[in-house]
Write a protein that binds this ligand. Structure first.
Ligand code: SF4
Ligand code: SF4
Length: 377
């Protein structure tokens, strides 16, 4: 019988207004209890993996919480740096990080791009039956230990973003040095369907949003038509950002869930067992990924922080806690009927099944869906 993964949780609520009762103080207590030093060893150079956000998406993890983690890593005798893989041009992405408060002055550790300024520094590693291989960011690949901090929120493809998705899409680079993006994180999207289809005009107003948002420069407007070319990697951003719903695609979601789990396995395969720690922040849980160009109001009441050494268990506990938390009025989740929202409000707003990625990840052997949780007060 599979053992239950031990996890720690602290609530987002504060009832007494002294520092000792603050979430920040309890996070420090939680990290002590977690004993990060079991994963992070003396003199390790440790990536503290976060998401830097975007110019318009500013609801990521508060820098003060990242600083608490950075200090815990330092206390273990290791040397942390805060990092993410490149999503847009490297220099611009570093400016976004700085603007969003992810800078050395605030967090006490340097901020670096895990896959280099061009987003190509990576090492190809074996993945599963769907992907074959994928390219893990070199600063993550070469590290002996890592701390993965995940801002929990919705995601257009996986339903929700947590630890497993952070390892997967966040650990794998967009394209390797030879420029073949089909070896990178885009392959998981690519597998699931065809290029988005343009429904034609009207309803398309030729506003150009899809052109601006495409990370691959794959959308063009020519002779009053939207054309999507062969560089499209099926990420779905143009579809979800189109104000007129003028784009659509047929997809096989199940393939994406499995491919995402394979990417997580590939990233983790570069570490020895139990050398990666996961901390999920169930705060500001808005509907979309932090890489989108805007963020909406949170959908679920801030709930707290859950942490452990098992990414599947940490994510499963996250989804279970979220399922029991109040839905916020006038949010995107509030617009769904109670029945449709079910046990997966984050996934339901995207009509996705958040638990499926975790079930695939468990099958692939990187964790368990069973856990026991200790609350830190
Ligand atoms: S975002 Fe939608 S409406 Fe705007 S140009 Fe693209 S397809 Fe047309
Ligand atoms: S799905 Fe849309 S946004 Fe994504 S790569 Fe293809 S064209 Fe670009």
């Amino acid at each position: 019988m599979t053992e239950k993964a031990p996890l720690f949780f602290t609530s987002a609520r504060t009832f007494k207004f002294g520092y000792r009762n603050s979430v920040h103080s309890r996070l420090k207590k939680l990290l002590k209890k977690l004993r990060i030093g079991r994963a992070v060893r003396k003199n390790d150079i440790v990536p503290v993996k976060i998401h830097f956000g975007s110019y318009g998406s500013v609801r990521g993890i508060r820098p003060a919480y990242v600083e608490a983690v950075v200090n815990a890593v330092k206390m273990a005798g290791a040397r942390p740096f805060v990092t993410d893989t490149v999503r847009i041009q490297g220099p611009e992405y570093l400016s976004i990080a700085k603007r969003n408060g992810y800078n050395e002055a605030a967090m006490g550790a340097p901020v670096l791009l895990a896959d280099g300024i061009f987003g190509k520094d990576s090492v190809e590693v074996k993945a599963g039956r769907l992907l074959g291989s994928c390219t893990v960011a070199s600063a993550i690949h070469d590290a002996a230990s890592m701390v993965v901090l995940s801002h929990v929120k919705g995601h257009i493809q996986s339903g929700f973003g947590g630890a497993v998705k952070n390892l997967a899409m966040g650990g794998v680079t967009a394209a390797p040095r030879d420029g073949d993006w089909s070896k990178g994180r885009g392959k998981a999207h690519f597998l699931i369907g065809e290029n988005p289809q343009w429904t034609g005009s009207p309803p398309c107003t030729l506003c150009g949003t899809c052109v601006e948002i495409c990370p691959q420069d794959a959308v063009k407007i020519r002779r009053k038509k939207v054309i999507i070319d062969y560089d499209c990697w099926h990420c779905g951003r143009c579809i979800s950002s189109c104000p007129e719903e003028a784009l659509f695609v047929e997809k096989d979601e199940e393939l994406f869930y499995e491919a995402l789990a394979e990417q997580a396995v590939a990233t983790l395969s570069t570490f020895k067992p139990d050398r990666v720690v996961y901390v999920n922040f169930m705060m500001d849980m808005q509907p979309e990924c932090d890489c989108m160009e805007a963020c909406d109001v949170p959908m679920i009441q801030d709930t707290g922080i859950v942490a452990g050494f098992d990414p599947v268990a940490v994510d499963k506990a996250t989804l279970d806690i979220v399922a029991e938390s109040p839905i916020l009025k006038n949010s995107r989740a509030d617009m769904l009927s109670k029945r449709y929202r079910g046990k997966d409000p984050l996934g339901s707003v995207h009509r996705k099944k958040s638990f499926r990625v975790l079930e695939h990840a468990e099958k692939l052997g990187i964790g368990t869906l069973k856990y026991e949780i200790e609350e830190i007060n």
